[in-house]
Design a protein around this ligand. Sequence first.
Ligand code: PLP
Length: 463
Amino acid sequence: MNRLPSSASALACSAHALNIIEKTTLDHEEMKALNREVREYFKEHVNPGFLEYRKSVTAGGDYGAVEWQAGSLNTLVDTQGQEFIDCLGGFGIFNVGHRNPVVVSAVEQQLAKQPLHSQELLDPLRALLAKTLAALTPGKLKYSFFSNSGTESVEAALKLAKAYQGKRGKYTFVATSGAFHGKSLGALSATAKSTFRKPFMPLVPGFRHVPFGDIDAMRTLLSECQKTGDDVAAVILEPVQGEGGVILPPEGYLSAVRKLCDEFGALMILDEVQTGMGRTGKMFACEHENVQPDILCLAKALGGGVMPIGATVATEEVFSVLFENPFLHTTTFGGNPLACAAALATINVLLEENLPRQSAEKGALLLEGFQALAADYPELITEVRGKGMLMAIEFTHNDIGYNFASEMFRQHILVAGTLNNAKTIRIEPPLTLELSQCEQVLKAAKVALEHLSELQEPEDDAA
Ligand SMILES: *Cc1c(COP(=O)(O)O)cnc(C)c1O
């Protein structure tokens, strides 16, 4: 057998990796070797920037923790065998917990049958999931396009709106300040943060941003756009901004946006990639105000923390622009059998265990606990806010947020910042978090704040 010179080393690397994948446990030497390798390869082949970033999150120094496996439903375990309560929830992917047995079993059974589809015959799970989502989602939402991520679900929504509204001479998109919709060129055009956008300009033309929560600003923009002929094709927004730092709009905002869209003939696209699947205390956050979007974007927790899957669900009126040529927008892996099996099981678990309700109740308990702590440490915390199990603690300073995260990490509780707002630490645990674990998290937060407050004091004395 003649191999290319480079293939010998790639073969050895892959064999070594397979050997690690096979293992269920590591002895001390293997653990040390793996941690060293992982750090080195992140530096040399993934992106050294990530190592810097993670170091800055910890004051302790050994945050070079390498993850190994899910622990229980609400915990994860690193290569050293340390178990962490997950209050980050993978940025909102673990709503039904880690390795939820119902989801894992559905995926395993489908894996044994047929992991990926032929692309030619009709795939049954795609049909069953689309039907299930039509039943689950509000209002006239009826047709689903499946993809592999939140970004792709937004991308599909934007293209759908373009295809529908282009014929009507409407090309402008309105998004909101602080918004996060993903980082592909289309989704990034709707995302708001300058740091992420600037290096990639010019982006897709026609996108405008208005302050989130300000209905008057949105009305003014829609009306000005109409006067200039730049009519608005669609408004895209999150019901609660996740990466923006868990920003809640004033009550009634969402339904006011819906009214405005109707008045101006603009489509309403709701990005519930993070707020969906029970996160905010209802199955979908728009249900808090009985709002029905024309297009709904889902992903993150839809795959039950086992498979990646995105869904763009639309009304027949809008989606029908793809009927004549269903190949106008497609993806090879979107809606594959493994992903659909995971999503179907996830929806089943969310409903069977009424996790949206649990999210509302446990979220209220945690929020109350954090708010009590905030009242004790006004010099550290400016605000605690949230809805259901999507919560944030806003600190007076970026550094305090980072230090809080590493203090929590030392107590084996995982929390982290948001992408668009560094002062804010998010609390986004699995909706399956147990009451005793809620108490444990609050206790740890109290200890962390006590430490941080002591650290602050010498400076105050000097001043
Ligand atoms: C995470 C997120 C996205 C992007 O999803 P990916 O799966 O990371 O591509 C889009 N919109 C919102 C609201 C998100 O929170």
